[in-house]
Design a protein around this ligand. Sequence first.
Ligand SMILES: Cc1cc2nc3c(=O)[nH]c(=O)nc-3n(C[C@H](O)[C@H](O)[C@H](O)COP(=O)(O)OP(=O)(O)OC[C@H]3O[C@@H](n4cnc5c(N)ncnc54)[C@H](O)[C@@H]3O)c2cc1C
Length: 540
Amino acid sequence: MTRTRRVLVVGGGSSGWLMAAYLDAALNREARLVDITLVESPDVPRIGVGEATIPNINHMLAVIGIDRLEFMKRVDGTFKQSIRYVDWLHGNGEYYHHPFSRYRPSPIDRSGRDWLMSDRSIPFTETVSAQPIICELGLAPTMLGKWNFGTPLTFAYHMNALKFADMLCDLATARGVRHFLDNVTRVETTADGAIEAVSTAGGERLEADLFVDCTGFAAILAGKALGVDWVDCSQWLLCDRAVTMAVPYERHYPGHVRPYTSATALSNGWVWEIPLQDRRSLGYVHSSAFITDEEAERELRAFEGAHAETLDSRVVRFRVGHRARPWVQNCVAVGLAGSFIEPLESTGLYLSSLAAVILAEHFPWHGGMQPLAFRFNRIMVNRFYEILDFINMHYCLTRRTDSPFWREVGRPERVNDRLRAKLDFWRVKPPSPADFEDQFLPGQAAAAVPNGGLPGDDRCPIDTAGLWGYDSYEAILYGMDFLSEECAVWYGPDRPAPRVLKRVLDKIRQAPAKLPPHHVWLQRVLGMPAYAAARAPGAG
Ligand SMILES: Cc1cc2nc3c(=O)[nH]c(=O)nc-3n(C[C@H](O)[C@H](O)[C@H](O)COP(=O)(O)OP(=O)(O)OC[C@H]3O[C@@H](n4cnc5c(N)ncnc54)[C@H](O)[C@@H]3O)c2cc1C
């Protein structure tokens, strides 16, 4: 018979509670085989940001057993169907979408290549996905009373991250996860460097077989107690701060709730706009090497408008990188304790979710943690670099030269080696599925990032397209006008208008009659209050 295993999660932010709830749902389904305890500080607040998600959240909710309507009600949730990138290419008000749904004609998807041969008079993603137009029309992705509209549109959510952690806490503790509100003050280690127990200010001594460090940037187990190295990646992503602000609808309601996240490039970084049911959240992600926090705050207020002048703001500092080995001995670092990449594609909670899924799959039922840790680390570090490449690409394709920041991010040395190999290859052959079959491309250094610190593994991190395949790359590349000069030479000046897939045209034709405006869906289905829309400046 399997002995009951003990897991101690330290930290009760979104990562800690997601880990506790997921492990409990995944491992204790048939019988209570794992005792899970979570200890969180009553004094150190959760970071509170982390409000935009990607579609994998639906899998997490399903496994944990959370009804999505209940979820949206509890966390002030709204739908997210895309990220709309504004001003990233020239800074002239241009935009493009990275939608969650797009059609892939089979058996061979030539949409990208066809578009490259066209005159580009319709943005690429609008030829393969109905979601950019559905977003621009401000429509919900589902009908009133029915989740699907023909082929379902993929969606994720915007949510209040603090309420999400509270919801997971209520659910997990009701199912038997033990919860302590206490400060961990001491970590006891064994002679071979494993963790034996942690002690708290309140006098508890908590032992476990496996410890999960979800203590945020403090990383009190993996970083402070075990001294696991942090691999800094700030040479490729220069931003290290965000000035954040919330605009309550009571103060200013624009009259609609956008069904997408906006990411607008400013002078020294970019600002997120995340609409919830009671407010919009904003955050100016910027680089302290190029702009002070005070200047960034002023720019953010000017971006938002006069109604933002007296709103509170706060500065969040971060560092881009990852633990060289997220799982060492019997300690696994997850969430901000394990890695951080700026939130341009909303991947923070995704990485915490992935860690929970992979940890459940690699759970050390029978001891012998090292091989499990090796695989866990390999998967997590690969995925980290996959995300890093993708975010790096948003910056390095810019043609903006209007500030030292934008000139700097466009310099060749700011492009990491794997991404450079991809871009060079795609200048010869545009992206297609086979590029991710074998992830080693011409010109790529064998150890571009020295093996991510994984002992016994001297292969460089690879991109398995676990998160983004050729189609997401196409969305960003062509949104950023990649290959425009090459195509002018390859295909000449007289090119036809782009062909829009019939399925896209059909969906767009039907959408306004079938899909309600996003705010109407939120009001009717979730009971979001009807706020008075702010009047445009100067309007009588
Ligand atoms: C600017 C910014 C924007 C972001 N935007 C997004 C986004 O849009 N989408 C997304 O998916 N992700 C985003 N993220 C990432 C996201 O915020 C995190 O992945 C998520 O909040 C998880 O945080 P965490 O639980 O790891 O850490 P935290 O929320 O910081 O939680 C740490 C926990 O550890 C506890 N703790 C600390 N010290 C002790 C101690 N001594 N004893 C006991 N407990 C202790 C604290 O009390 C707290 O409960 C963003 C991050 C930043 C910095």
